[in-house]
Structures are given as C-alpha cells and as structure tokens.
Ligand binder design. Structure first.
Ligand code: PLP
Length: 395
C-alpha cells in the first residue's frame, strides 16, 4: 500500500504532464501539425553546438573512469570553479569553489536547499502564481507553504502589504523565481531592494534567519536589455538554485547548481549539510558527464531571441484578438486572462480547436491560463487562425 503522504500526490497528479500526454494522443489522431500544444516548458531550441561537441570529445578523449565515475558529492572542483568564475565575471560576486554545489537540475537543487534548512512546521512563502512543484517540495520536508496572493493589477509583482502580514517568526524562507514561470515577468531591482529591506527588518524584529531562495532556471532568458538582479548582492541570506535545463536546452540531462554565499549566516555548516542533502536525497552527485560539459561550456549562449520573437508574435496576435495577456519580459510563457471566470472551461473550449493550454489553477493562479511558447515559430503561425476562432466564442 502507498503511504498517506503519497496519496494526495497521486490524486492530484500533474495537470501539465497529463496535458502533455493528451497532446501526444491528439497528435496521433489529428496529425502533429494540427495540434497546438502549448502545455510543456520543454525548450525546442537545440542545445548549443559546443555542448554536443564537448559531449563527443569528453566521451572519446577523457579518461572513462573520470567521465563515468563517482566524485565528491558536491561535484567536480573544476566545474564548480568554472561556475564560480563565470558568476563573478558577470555579476561582480566573489564566489569560490566551496560556494557551489552541482545538482541534478533546479528541481533537485530546490530539494537540497529545503532539506538543508526546513524543520517540520517551518513556513515557506511563495508568490502566486508559482511553479506548481514548490508546494510538493516544501511538503517533502514537512514544511508549510504560505501563499501570497497574485497581483494582477500590479503586473504580478509581489504584494508587499500581504507579505508583511504573513511573514512570521515561523517563516524560514521565501522562494522567488525570476524571470517568472508562469507569468513571464521580471522583478526589477527596485522590487528586489524592497524585498531585501523587508526581510532584513523582519529578521531583526523576530531574531530569526529568513532565507531568500532564488529559483533561476530562466535567468538567461531575459528579453531586450532587461537585467535580472543577482540576489546575493542585495540580501546576504540568499541561496540560489540554478539550472541549465532551459538556458542550454538540456532538461533531460538534469544539470544545475546551488550557490551558498559565504556571507550568509552559518554558511560553512550550510554548505556541509547541503552537500550531504545532495547525497542522501538519492541524487548522490550531479551527472558526471554533464558536469564536465558545463566546465567547458559555462559561457555558452542561449538563443533568447528565438523565444522573444515567439512571445512577441503570440502576445501581439492574441491581444489584437481581444485576449488580455501579460506582456512577456522573459522565460517562455504567456499568461493570458481567461475570458470566463472558470479558466478550466476556457481550456476545455481551447481543446475543441486543438489548442492545449494549462489552467492557471495549477499555478495557484485561477482565472488565467499559461501558454508555453517554446515551440516552433511555424506552430505559432499555424495556431493563430485557431485562436481567432476561439476568440470569436467570447468577443
Ligand atoms: N523552477 C521552475 C520555476 C521551473 O519552471 C522548473 C521547470 O520547469 C524548475 C524549477 C525545474 O527545472 P529543472 O529541469 O532544472 O529541474
């Protein structure tokens, strides 16, 4: 028999995954070109050439015992140094090898971070709408998610009035995700500064440590000249969880890292504990081949313009048709207001036109839907007449 803890998880199995599977079935029935699947955040830009070249070269020319072997649970020191140097060059930070732990993507990184810091009953604040798995990750360690409601009138920036009310002596951490899944907005420096100053104030008031967890799989996907502030520079108790899944189009390879800055409270103990958490979470260490690839390709560029062009086309077209959308600033998601109060009804209507969208309630954001536009530009073009028909049902 399965555990009581698993029971609700089975009952609420990921809507996004279910839609993805439904999309596959629809593609078999109607032909792939006639199904407009905007459900899953699986990058469609191929991994950069140098990544593939590095894989081949490493497999052919590096000692196979090293390539395929166990290493320190925190990862290869050379890879961690390459990551630290890359961050220092770009953000003026001063990390070294000890501040970096290689992880099995951001999902595992977040679990390592939470496992390291959470005592049962500790509260972790999330800003709605948020990545659906945060709640599961927090509950993995018997933490309690506390949700700050969405702020549609403020372009989905954090609601500071509500945050001030809900932050308490039990608050262990806040998770922020910038650029944001699912809204596609970027929190600018002014918002980060306000957040940092509120957290400093509350740490003093309660005499506690409140961590800011920065979940950063979309850091490199910022459009135009927009900057994504590097949070450790604004708030010492920041722990970063990064991933190459989206920036280098490697989601199946499972590679990322955690940054624990030396200036954070109890840094050395946290680093040691997080290294153990990495091991005993079952990951043991991040994939060795991918670590060697990252060491060589740490400066590889993401084709952000591709997603920007897709986002612009979809936003302009849907807005023109009468839909209310949040203008994309980064990541690869369009957050669209449902024309009817129950967005699940809108999602069901979309399916009649072979359009797959994810209901916002899967992100604690009811009344909206998310469109993942990490698809070909041609798919977007082909989908527009269908969206126009869908729009005619409402406007
Ligand atoms: N955090 C957010 C906001 C995400 O959207 C995702 C994946 O979609 C993850 C974390 C997990 O990413 P990874 O593939 O690196 O585990």
């Amino acid at each position: 028999m399965i555990s009581e803890k698993m029971r609700p998880l089975v009952a609420n199995n990921s809507v996004i995954r279910q839609m993805f599977e439904e999309g596959q079935k629809m593609a078999a029935q109607f032909g792939a070109e006639n199904v407009f699947d905007f459900s899953l955040g699986n990058p469609n830009v191929p991994a950069p050439k140098e990544v593939n070249e590095a894989i081949i070269d490493i497999v052919n020319n590096v000692n196979p015992v090293k390539v395929h072997g166990y290493m320190s649970n925190a990862g290869f020191p050379e890879t961690r140094k390459a990551v630290a140097d890359n961050l220092n060059r770009r953000f003026g930070t001063s990390f070294d090898v000890n501040n970096i732990i290689m992880t099995v993507g951001a999902a595992s990184g977040l679990n390592v971070i939470l496992k390291t810091m959470i005592n049962p009953g500790d509260e972790v604040i999330c800003f709605a709408p948020y990545f659906v798995e945060y709640g599961n990750y927090i509950r993995n360690y018997d933490g309690v998610p506390v949700v700050i409601s969405a702020n549609p009138e403020g372009n989905f920036m954090p609601r500071f009035d509500e945050l001030r009310e809900k932050i308490s002596p039990k608050t262990k951490a806040l998770i922020i995700n910038n650029p944001n899944n699912p809204t596609g907005v970027i929190y600018p420096e002014s918002v980060i500064k306000e957040l940092a100053s509120l957290l400093e104030e509350k740490q003093k008031e309660f005499g506690t440590i409140i961590y800011l967890i920065s979940d950063e799989p979309y850091r490199e996907l910022a459009y135009g000249k927009r900057e994504v502030p590097y949070l450790t520079k604004f708030y010492a108790n920041t722990i970063v969880g990064y991933s190459y899944s989206k920036s280098l189009s490697l989601p199946g390879e499972r590679i990322g890292y955690v940054v624990i800055p030396s200036e954070s409270d109890g840094a050395q103990e946290f680093i040691e504990a997080a290294t153990i958490a990495n091991r005993i979470s079952g990951s043991v260490n991040a994939p060795s081949l991918m670590q060697l690839v990252i060491e060589r390709c740490v400066d590889a560029k993401c084709e952000v313009e591709y997603y920007e062009k897709n986002g612009r086309r979809l936003y302009d077209a849907l807005t023109e048709m009468g839909f209310e959308c949040v203008e994309p600033q980064g990541a690869f998601y369009l957050w669209v207001k449902s024309p009817v109060p129950d967005e699940k009804e809108f999602v069901a209507k979309g399916k009649e036109f072979n359009i797959l969208m994810v209901p916002g309630s899967s992100f604690a954001g009811p009344g909206y839907v998310r469109l993942s536009y990490c698809v070909s530009y041609e798919q977007i073009e082909r989908s527009l007449p269908k969206f126009a028909e869908l729009a005619k049902c409402y406007f």
